[in-house]
Design a protein around this ligand. Structure first.
Ligand SMILES: NC(=O)c1ccc[n+]([C@@H]2O[C@H](COP(=O)([O-])OP(=O)(O)OC[C@H]3O[C@@H](n4cnc5c(N)ncnc54)[C@H](OP(=O)(O)O)[C@@H]3O)[C@@H](O)[C@H]2O)c1
Length: 332
């Protein structure tokens, strides 16, 4: 199959390209040539900035286009116009952040999407990211599906973990727990949580592209109920040396000391109402998503980090600060 990936050289896209090449697909990557240049010599590379000039896409045709790098709806509309029907099945990598806030666990793909106060904004930040992803989805349905949501493929992953994860969020926890000792664990322990292995997302995306399966699908794991506490306990059980202990600390207490989710990644802080971490994976599972056990991701990632450590990207709690906070918490 001829597959065009808009992006494909960083993390999720990189694994999609790897999987497509392994499956014998003819892969073309469109990107600016900045991120990991030289990767995938066996694929074709078309160089361009999707915000400026898509002319490198002229003339050729593909059976499926997998878009991993759209953050604002203009990018989706411009891509559709540039491809002019030559892109085949359009597969859009969205996010569970595209959902409006909900308190109900077990939500399906029919949950309402986020709305932005200013739908014209192109500023992508923690406040606008989800609403912009929702607008990208709507633009995809209009521009590639002629208004029919079943004609385009939308994949909404939860937190994604695994090799080459430049965000370092999940990886930081694995490497921190692997050092052992008393680990500051941000509450509430019972907060719903989901995380999926990047290779499972990639395999699912490729399956949907190969089968031209339209519609929206979560890419989430495990099925609810699962919690942040269960996540950290799994990491401890998998890579924590003997004597590793989780010290659960109140989230308001941490927030009052200025701790944020850069220092304690994947922690949703005191954010209320967000329950996009307890979504129902049934539709995706029925369509072919197979998610490996979390412990397998943790173990393999820790082994990979020993060989080729990922840059921390400024993520994670400084060890001295962790020690001081733990002393203060215990003595309070
Ligand atoms: N990480 C998570 O936990 C998570 C969770 C849910 C959803 N997502 C979604 O997953 C996607 C992220 O995937 P990824 O970064 O891992 O994908 P990727 O395809 O591996 O990497 C991003 C690619 O986009 C290219 N790119 C960036 N800006 C470009 C531009 N202006 N024009 C052309 N190419 C450009 C980059 O190459 P150059 O720099 O060389 O151009 C790179 O190849 C996003 O849509 C995100 O919303 C991520």
């Amino acid at each position: 199959m001829r597959i065009l990936v808009i992006g494909g050289t960083q993390f999720i896209g990189r694994h999609i390209v790897e999987a497509a090449l392994a499956a014998g697909d003819e892969v073309t990557c469109f990107h600016r040539g900045r991120t990991n240049p030289g990767l995938f010599p066996e694929a074709s590379h078309l160089i361009g900035d999707r915000d400026q000039d898509l002319s490198a896409l002229d003339e050729r045709a593909w059976d499926a286009t997998i878009d991993t790098s759209a953050y604002v709806p203009r990018q989706v509309r411009a891509l559709a116009a540039a491809l002019g029907g030559r892109g085949g099945q359009y597969v859009h990598i969205s996010s569970v952040s595209a959902y409006a806030l909900t308190k109900d666990p077990g939500g399906t793909e029919d949950l309402p999407l986020a709305e932005l106060d200013d739908p014209e904004t192109e500023k992508v930040n923690a406040h606008t990211y989800g609403g912009l992803k929702a607008l990208c989805e709507r633009a995809a349905v209009e521009a590639f599906g002629g208004g029919d949501a079943e004609k385009v493929t939308i994949v909404r992953p939860t937190y994604v973990a695994g090799p080459y994860d430049h965000t370092y969020r999940f990886t930081w926890w694995v490497e921190r727990v692997a050092q052992g000792g008393s680990v500051l664990a941000p509450g509430p322990q019972a907060n719903p949580f989901q995380v999926i292995d990047v290779r499972d997302v990639a395999a699912f995306v490729l399956l949907l592209a190969h089968e031209w399966s339209g519609g929206a699908f979560h890419a989430v794991n495990p099925a609810p109920p699962f919690s942040f506490g269960s996540f950290l306990e799994t990491v401890v059980a998998t890579v924590g040396p003997a004597g590793t202990e989780l010290v659960w600390v109140d989230s308001d207490w941490l927030a009052a000391r200025g701790i944020n989710s850069r220092e304690l990644p994947l922690w949703e802080g005191t954010a209320e109402g967000r329950n996009a971490s307890a979504l129902d994976p049934s539709r995706a599972n029925a369509r072919g998503l197979v998610a490996r056990p979390l412990a397998e991701t943790v173990m393999q990632l820790h082994a990979a980090e020993a060989v080729s450590p990922t840059p921390s990207a400024g993520i994670g709690l400084d060890p001295d600060r962790e020690t001081r906070l733990l002393s203060e918490w215990v003595a309070r």
